[in-house]
Design a protein around this ligand. Sequence first.
Ligand code: ZN
Length: 463
Amino acid sequence: MRLHFHGAAQTVTGSQHLLEVNGSRLLLECGLYQGRREESYRRNREFRYDPRNVDAVILSHAHIDHSGNLPNLVNQGFTGAIYATGATADLSDIMLRDSGHIQEADAEFVNKRLRKGESPVRPIYTQADAEKVAGHFHSVDYGQPFQPIPGVKATFFDAGHILGSAAVLLEVKERGRDLRFWFSGDIGRFKLPLLQDPVLPQPVDYVLMECTYGDLPHNDPEEAYSALRAVVSRTAARGGKIIVPSFAVGRTQELVFDLNRMVAEGEIRPLPVYVDSPLAVNTTDVFRRHPGYFDQETAVFVRENRHPALEFPGLRYIRSVEESKALNERHEPMIIISASGMAETGRILHHLKNNIEDSRNTVTIVSWQAPHTLGRRLADGDKQVKIFGETYNVRADVVTIPGLSAHAGQDLLIQYAASIKQDVKKVFLVHGESEPAAALTGKLKEQSVREVFYPELHSSIEL
Ligand SMILES: [Zn+2]
């Protein structure tokens, strides 16, 4: 068996790991590489292997850095099955269409501003390309073994990261040899709203695992809950609005569930909550179709409060632009959750523009913000920001709530690897920058996991 590292190797983006077993090829993830425009175009369009020779794909979860290059794989001749949980298949479908739309819009934006002699750029893929992926999905539940390629038995386990997210156990038979391999996907966290806790690995020979936060322990999600509750109470008491830039998939649904709990338990005064993002609305529909993926706490909450997890009096989901604009005309305290999560594009920009100069309001940052984004500038405390080319004075309160990350912190990553340390021959760290990888490597060696690797892009190893 040979393992090739074709993405998320010494970085966090573009997950792609290829296994060769018994002459067949199994691809774990086909994520979009996100970086500078030209490099992204090249890396996503030019595979280092022939997509026509890939026999099957296993997809751990729907995030674009894991699923987002499937349209190119299919476009370039992949004809096999993509195995994923039902929720992952449904979420991927809407996220890939959205991604295709974004790629087209980006290319159009660049092409409108071309200088003389510059040739037009093409989208990495189109929405029409993305739509072709859906027909390849084969849904498999957690705990149900399946055979993606001859000689390999695969089983999904809940990764507790986003709805439908999975780790996968591969039991491989090759030339009379038995070998057990665990791929972590993205590792979630204990006690996240809505989701089951991650399942720790079983004894295996090899582990391929993420290390995004290999150098950083996380706060308890309950602390984030308390911080959010304090922001809502304080802002509503002074008659302000709470504006939350949020990723449409995952984070928005978790926030809605937390707000639902606060209202139901009388911890905050009921106030209108608006989820203003068509992608978030579509995503929430997928969540509603898959209540079986929710954790026990959510099931009990739903039973006791007699309304669904992502619905409560005062909550409204907004699709239309008119309804979104109409929120400006209303002046009572309210919560507006809107995308994009780093306030770079989307309707959140209008809400920020209209509310940022009013000192009664609070902009609430609930996720990591990349450098040079508007969300990052606000989180860093800039007093003036540009939105749609105009300068605005930041008079609203800006509060960052840490601890809502969907990724395991260092403590859980150590616990994760330590759960298999007696048997494991090699651990491969992917999906992390060099500092977290080095920190986690050190910690794992303290746990007497001896062979920890941080593979280079396009390298491979015989197992
Ligand atoms: Zn993820």
